[in-house]
Each structure stands twice: as structure tokens, then as C-alpha cells.
Design a binder for this molecule. Sequence first.
Ligand code: GDP
Ligand code: IMO
Ligand code: MG
Length: 428
Amino acid sequence: MSTVLIVGSQWGDEGKGKVVDFLTERADIVARYQGGNNAGHTVVIGDNKYILHLIPSGALHGGKKCIIGNGVVIDPQALIKEIDDLKNRGIDVSGNLFIAKNAHIIMPYHVALDKASEIKKGSGKIGTTGRGIGPTYADKIARYGIRAVDLLSLETLQRAVEFNIDRINFMLKNYYGAEQISPADLLNQYRSFAGRLSPFITDTVSLINNAYDRGDKILLEGAQGTLLDIDHGTYPFVTSSNTISGGACTGLGLPPSKINKVLGVVKAYTTRVGSGPFPTELKDALGERIQQKGGEFGATTGRPRRCGWLDAVALRYSVMVNGLTGIALTKLDILDGINPLRIATDYKYRDKLLGSFPYENEILQGCEPVYEEFEGWDDDTSGINDYDRLPKNAKKYISAIERFLNVPVQIVSTGQKRDQIIQLKEQF
Ligand code: GDP
Ligand code: IMO
Ligand code: MG
């Protein structure tokens, strides 16, 4: 048993970075399989806070191999900044960072298209992070994409940019009324990025498969969350990649037979950034209290996150599509002092119980959650790292989650820091 996959079970920001950092201690390799710098994974070590967007959260341990897989879309400027920022803080990833040759590259025109498209959509906007994620994946699928391997040959890069630029500029100018991109400026900039990144660009598919065959311990780090998945999320209010566990196979070239455990990160309540349906959302003072106490402000864009009760209907769907073998429950401490607590166990639409997570946006938007109530606890749970010391009602809340989802809670996180965690079952 040597590959453990970490996946966001809700709408992102569940605390994946914290869980990955904790589990990296015993891992040899940490690999990201999708998303891009739309992700913001926060890791707090002592008094130092790091927010990682592209580099796997395992990098903070030093000496562990970190892979940015082919399923990730890479903004070279953002990646170089992240490498440099880490170096300035004493963490040198050179020699340990590996970028997939077949990962797609975010170009400035993808960012321009992302922003222009959001403006054009007006009130129907998705609320993207504006990082060019959607247009880059769209170009990949439409076979217009530029890959990391293309950065290794300046002629190929030039040809690829020249092949794309007229089409893109036509769209920017004539459809969006936005500024056009100068190919000469773009090429100059990307030539220098290519020089910086080329030492990291390699065949990561062989690297990870060989590592598995050798018996290395591998941690796979998902970005975003299940309900933001392009196929299985609340479309169109989703991101543009397969965020679910299955995305790790295509996003790394690692077959399903080499993934042994799937740990779903579940925040003890629910949050969502950007537009889209959110049945258990609390649009009241309690929602704001959770937002303030939980520090629920985007790690990438700083936007306030919408907050609400834990949603077992959405989570059961997440358990199913990810095949979760265990749960890492985070931010339990944020629920201290809230009484009563509620968990949605079903949705009701036009007086009928739905029994499962609906695909129709109209139903998801119009349904009413059916809640089960739980007694809260007044004790301060922050930093507790022994299960037995948790308040009785906190244990009941955890047991209820296990009962609703039929998956064991194997990790409970009680604070931002590395050691503020309870491990009930070893993952490796
Ligand atoms: P990610 O995108 O899934 O990695 O999550 P983010 O980093 O965007 O958001 C999670 C936030 O919660 C970060 O600020 C973490 O430091 C913080 N966090 C993670 N686990 C806990 C926990 O158990 N308790 C508290 N209070 N904060 C936590
Ligand atoms: P991590 O990895 C939460 C959301 C955006 C928007 C939608 C589409 O930190 O959990 P995009 O820029 O991807 O096209 O935006 O997805 N979104 C996230 N929400 N956490 C994230 O990442 C997110 N990455 C994208 O807010 O609603
Ligand atoms: Mg985040």
C-alpha cells in the first residue's frame, strides 16, 4: 500500500494543504494532478505561513520529490515567483521539483480571455479566480494548447504562439472588445521563463510509475474540490479540470491499480467561493461568525468564502464518485461554542425528499435541506491532538459524520499548525 490520494470533498479550501503537509513526513513523493494557480493551499509551520498555488504542499518538508503532473495547467510566471519566494524563505526546491513535459502552459491570452469572459457573462459569471484556467483547459481539449515540452525548443514555442495568436486576438478584439496581445512581447517574456523552468521539465510519468514500482510512498495532492469537478460538480459553476480522485490517473499517468487509498478532506462545515448553488448556505449572522472565526477568505483571491452547515447529501455523492476510503475532518475547532449544530441529511424539493444529490441546477438552487440537530460543545478544542480529550459532543458529531457517510474518520484537524491534529489511522 503505497499511494495515498488526498482529495477535496466539498467546494475546495477544505484544508488539503495542511493534511498533505502532515502526511508528507512519511512520504517520498508528493504530486499535484490537476488545477493550476487557482488553488491556494495554506500550510502553517510554527509562526510561518505559506500559501502554495502550484508547488505541492510537500515541498515544505525539504528533500521530498515534488511533481507537477501533466493534468496541471502551469502559469510560468506564477511558478517562478513561487520557486523564488520559497527560496527567499530558505526552501530550495531545485533538484526536487519535476514538471511534466506534457503539462499545459497558461499563456497571457488565457488570462485575458478568462477575465473578458467573466465580464461578458455579467450577472451569470462563474466568479473564477481570473488565472486563465478555463481557457487553458479549453485550448488543451481543442488541441491548440502549448505544453511544457514546447518551452524546451524556442522554435517550437514561436511556431505555437504564431499558430494561435491571430485566432485569439480576433476573439479578444471582436467578441470581447478587449485589448489584443502582442506576440513579440509574449515571446520575449516566455523565452526567459523557458530558460528558468527548463531544468525542471521532465518525464514525470516514468518517474512516478518507477517510484511506485520501487515501493516509494507516494502522496497525491488534489486541488479544488469534488463539487467543482468539470464533469461531476455543480456545472457550470465549477472549475475546468477533473478534481475527483479519477483525475489523478489522467493527471499523472498513474493507473488506478497503483492508487491504494483515497482520503477525502472534509471541512467540519461547508464553504464555497464564487457563484453557484449552495443548499446549506447560512446567509445570516451565524454564517458570518463562522467566516470570521474560520478565517474564510480566499487564499488566492482574498474573496470572502460563503459559509454554511455540513452537507451530508453532497458528501455522500462525493464519497461515491471518489471512492473514499477514509476522511480527514478539518477545522473542528471552528465549531466550538456553536449550539446547536446541524448537518443536512436530505434535500426536500416541492415537498418531496430527493434522496440524492440532484443534477438540475434549478432543483439544487430551490431545494430545502433537511437537517439533523446536534448538541454543540463549549470547550476549546483548538490544538487537541488526543482523540480522548475531545468533548463528548464533538465525538458524537464525528460519529454522526461516519454514520451518514459510511466512511471512517481517520484524521481530525484542530488547528492550523502541523501538530494540531489527531491521527486515528496511519495512511502509509
Ligand atoms: P486548501 O485549499 O484545501 O488547502 O485549504 P485553504 O488553505 O485554502 O484553506 C484552509 C484554511 O484553514 C487555511 O487557512 C488553513 O491553515 C486552515 N486550517 C486547516 N485545518 C485547520 C483546522 O483544523 N483548524 C483551523 N482553525 N484552521 C485550519
Ligand atoms: P483550492 O485548491 C475554492 C472556484 C472559483 C470559481 C470556480 C472556477 O484552494 O481548494 P477557476 O478560476 O478555477 O476557473 O474558477 O472555482 N475555485 C476554487 N474555490 N478553492 C479552490 O482551490 C478553487 N479554485 C477554483 O472560486 O468559483
Ligand atoms: Mg484553498
